[in-house]
Design a protein around this ligand. Structure first.
Ligand code: AMP
Length: 216
């Protein structure tokens, strides 16, 4: 499948993209994870992106679009997690779909209110090596600060600090929210309540996609 997971930061897009990757035959492509990797490797892209990421702002469209074109060179299924985030990115992505003769199956919209997101993001812990995330409140690791999977240390991302989180939510409202209408008009939107348990969200997504496929 070819999917977009759309929604504010902290709504659980990354968690679901990882969980559902094999079930949906759609590998997770997280632009945030790719950018963080570039930043660590000190590539040109990583260095250019760094200041924007630290401030909770968006990295310029032309850098992101080039990066996603490279990532999508292979024709397999994917879930885009964190892209597109602006109308310009969505238009560039439409052109890429057309060029490759690909169909976009659906855009899953993760719905959650601001208070819940603030709470979630400021209690999020990440394994910097694998990108796996935990939540100190709703989904804690077995041992605080340690990844259940590989025993590695968990850290709090600098962009999950309270003042940056508020900025990221503002940026989402101003620049990414218009994409809801963009994809609604195209008939691609599948709305999911992102405040349910992790399992219930996975179930809502797979059920919703099944119902859409059956109806088409
Ligand atoms: P995320 O982990 O998806 O919240 O992304 C972390 C940061 O990477 C964002 O706050 C942006 O600075 C940057 N970023 C990720 N994806 C994009 C995108 N599609 N467009 C612009 N900036 C992005």
């Amino acid at each position: 499948m070819r999917l977009i997971f759309l929604g504010p930061p902290g709504a659980g897009k990354g968690t679901q993209a990882r969980i559902l990757a094999s079930r949906l035959s759609a590998r997770q492509i997280s632009t945030g994870d790719i950018l963080r990797e570039h930043r660590e490797r000190r590539t040109e892209l990583g260095k250019s992106a760094e200041q924007f990421m630290q401030a909770g702002e968006l990295v310029p469209d032309e850098l992101i679009i080039k990066m996603i074109e490279r990532e999508l060179a292979a024709a397999e299924g994917f879930t885009l997690d964190g892209f597109p985030r602006t109308v310009a990115q969505a238009e560039a992505f439409d052109a890429l779909l057309a060029k490759n003769g690909w169909n976009l199956d659906a855009v899953v919209l993760f719905q959650a209110d601001r208070e819940a997101l603030l709470k979630r993001l400021t209690s999020r812990w990440t394994n910097p090596r694998t990108g796996r995330t935990y939540n100190a409140l709703s989904h804690p690791p077995r041992t605080a600060g340690i990844d259940d999977d590989d025993g590695g240390p968990l850290v709090q991302r600098e962009d999950d600090l309270p003042q940056t989180v508020a900025k990221r939510l503002e940026v989402y409202d101003a620049q990414t929210k218009p994409l809801i209408d963009y994809y609604r008009i195209k008939g691609k939107l599948l709305r999911v309540n992102a405040l349910q348990s992790v399992d219930a969200v996975s179930e809502s997504i797979t059920e919703g996609l099944r119902a859409r496929a059956a109806a088409s």
